[in-house]
Design a protein around this ligand. Structure first.
Ligand code: PNS
Length: 224
């Protein structure tokens, strides 16, 4: 079976859903590989010799614009569930911008600066993750930063309805795509609100948030 990855698909400002150039469209509209290729990893050049997989990817990447995506959210505070999605997105795209919403109408435990600081600490090992803050519409932030897609984690069906509504609205507003990743089942029950509530009543949230967040959480709640 043909496997496409985001890396192997042709890329442009608005990502095409079509197959890579190494494939042809059959009259019935199904995708057929040229003879002599058994899959992306086994693609051969015209002289029939096997091509190293990495070279093809590097060539395609150097010819195409940078794929920058955004992981938006409140991150009050960042959890291991968020971190899992950010890390997986960082493995797929050239650059991941984590955008912290500045929402003056919502009461938060941590200031935006504190949330940004924690996010910077916990993502410092990723060379292609950048932390920013934003207010106003996400699509405007995307336009100002050359971002064509939003990456979101889906924990359960309950997330889906609201997320789909936002995704469709963002597409309607500015053709910004949304890509959903299924949350690691280890973290599918996690939310920042639940973390704060459990921690506030003395429950153990270790292993659910990064160590640095855990200690800041304890400090902040002790001040209350
Ligand atoms: O972590 P959260 O609070 O669930 O994140 C929600 C967020 C920030 C992704 C969403 O509220 C958002 O995109 N806000 C920016 C304002 C906006 O663009 N609203 C219209 C969404 S269609």
């Amino acid at each position: 079976m043909t496997r496409w990855s985001w890396w192997s698909a042709p890329r442009g400002p608005v990502r095409s859903t079509g197959p890579p150039a190494t494939c042809r469209e059959s009259p019935a509209g199904t995708v057929r590989r040229p003879s002599g290729t058994a899959g992306t990893a086994a693609a051969r050049s015209q002289d029939g010799r096997r091509r190293p997989r990495g070279r093809r990817y590097r060539r395609m990447r150097s010819e195409t614009p940078m794929q920058r995506v955004v992981c938006p959210g409140s991150f009050d505070p960042v959890t291991n569930g968020h971190l899992d999605i950010i890390g997986r997105a960082a493995g797929l795209y050239d650059e991941v911008v984590v955008a912290v919403l500045i929402n003056i109408t919502k009461r938060s435990l941590f200031t935006v600066d504190e949330r940004v600081d924690m996010l910077r600490q916990v993502t410092k090992d990723y060379g292609n993750v950048r932390i920013e803050r934003f207010h106003g519409l996400l699509v405007d932030f995307c336009a100002a930063n050359g971002i064509t897609a939003v990456v979101k984690g889906l924990r359960a069906v309950s997330d889906f309805e609201y997320e789909m509504q936002m995704a469709q609205m963002n597409y309607r507003l500015a053709k910004v795509e949304t890509l959903f990743m299924t949350t690691n089942p280890q973290y599918s029950f996690l939310s920042s609100s639940l973390i704060k509530e459990i921690a506030r009543y003395g429950g153990d949230v270790s292993g659910l948030v990064p160590e640095t967040v855990l200690s800041r959480l304890r400090e902040r709640l002790a001040e209350e």
